[in-house]
Design a binder for this molecule. Structure first.
Ligand code: FNR
Length: 360
């Protein structure tokens, strides 16, 4: 535990970047390819400027919102991120305690290194479970049932990373996952074993593609899953419409924090297209590059109901464990509140499109 907590979120980010071993910094902080999509997330958020209104009555203001039948104190959610015991031995349990201290919703990654029941027990506030497609509908439903039995209240199915992204910094650093940091909640869920490739065969098209889902599978999963299903990784209006038609209870506009494909656009730049396509049918969330309270405001003004933060939570965890996660969330909430006061928005519903100037 550090003697003093970093005063701002950028200080958490730089302290984590210098404090972590180079291979861990590369795994947790770098983006796909040379990092352009990750940089675009933050760069494009900064292109959205605010249109403040002065002298409005701010009494009774708050940051509460309703999301899938729950009331949350504020719209900053801890994004699912993998292998947290790499950052601190308590891993996801510490993140849950940090989120709980701020009444924040947390999403637990399927690649959690701590048992889902232990994580759930550490955070009484609403918690969602994130999963990837597990080769077949039956396997994916089996994992979903485990999450429902452990007390999670919704599922996030991530659809934007059917294969691993190529991250230059991670490759250069020689990052390797050791067996003591494994995705223990997947134990007993059959993982595909691929036959050896014959001459001229492609691993991705001739093997992996056979166990990937399509929209029919997603519709079946949404129909049969024991909890509401939110699809994460939607980046176009077309996919947004298909997701709603398949029965998704919500969407997350996400490019996986720019970790899967360097040539993707920023999430803030595609958010309005997705929000238009969904037309209020289900809540649209967004993540990618949220680093300050005014970034939360920017995303809400362009139509996001709430935002998720990945690397900020990871940096909080790495620098100061549960306290760091809690502090990072508190900083974001305090900055959001002051941004609302400074722009004349009493509630999140008042953070509307006309409160910003945006090129998107
Ligand atoms: C992730 N992300 C992620 N997403 C997911 O659905 N399942 C996962 O297991 C992971 N794992 C993961 C590991 C690490 C180290 C990072 C940084 C991210 C993506 C995550 O949920 C989220 O979409 C992004 O992190 C959001 O961008 P920011 O906030 O990191 O800029």
């Amino acid at each position: 535990m550090p003697d003093t907590l970093p005063p701002t979120l950028p200080d958490y980010m730089s302290r984590a970047a210098t404090g972590l071993a180079p291979d861990l910094a590369a795994y947790f902080l770098s983006g796909a390819g040379g990092g352009a999509a990750e940089e675009a997330n933050g760069g494009d958020l900064a292109r959205v400027t605010l249109r403040p209104r002065a002298l409005r009555d701010m009494r009774g203001g708050h940051t509460r919102l309703d999301l899938l039948g729950r009331t949350l104190n504020h719209p900053v959610i801890v994004a699912p991120f993998a292998y947290q015991t790499l950052l601190t031995p308590e891993g996801e349990v510490a993140t849950a305690r940090g989120a709980e201290a701020q009444g924040a919703l947390m999403v637990l990654s399927a690649q959690s290194t701590r048992a889902m029941a232990d994580v759930r027990a550490a955070g009484a506030t609403c918690m969602w479970f994130q999963l990837y497609w597990q080769s077949t509908l039956a396997n994916t439903l089996a994992l979903a049932e485990r999450a429902a039995n452990a007390g999670f209240s919704a599922l996030i199915l991530t659809v934007d990373a059917p294969v691993q992204g190529v991250r230059d910094a991670e490759i250069r650093s020689g990052f390797r996952l050791s067996q003591c940091h494994r995705a223990i909640n997947l134990d007993g869920i059959p993982q595909p074993a691929f036959a050896p490739l014959r001459e001229g065969e492609s691993l991705l098209f001739d093997r992996v593609a056979h166990v990937l889902p399509d929209w029919k599978d997603i519709a079946a999963f949404c129909r049969d899953a024991p909890l509401p299903v939110i699809l994460k990784g939607i980046m176009t209006g077309e996919d947004a419409r298909d997701a709603v038609a398949c029965g998704a209870a919500g969407l997350v506009v996400s490019n996986h924090g720019g970790r899967v494909l360097e040539a993707l656009p920023s999430t803030i730049s595609v958010l309005p297209e997705v929000v238009r396509a969904v037309d209020g049918a289900v809540p649209v969330l967004m993540d990618g590059g949220i680093r300050r309270g005014w970034d939360v405001f920017r995303a809400l003004a362009l139509g996001a109901r709430a935002v998720l933060v990945g690397r900020p939570a990871a940096c909080g965890l790495s620098v100061a464990g549960a306290l760091g996660v809690s502090h990072v969330l508190r900083l974001l909430r305090d900055e959001l509140e002051s941004t609302m006061l400074l722009t004349g928005c009493r509630t999140l519903a008042e953070i509307t499109r006309d409160r910003v100037r945006a090129p998107f």
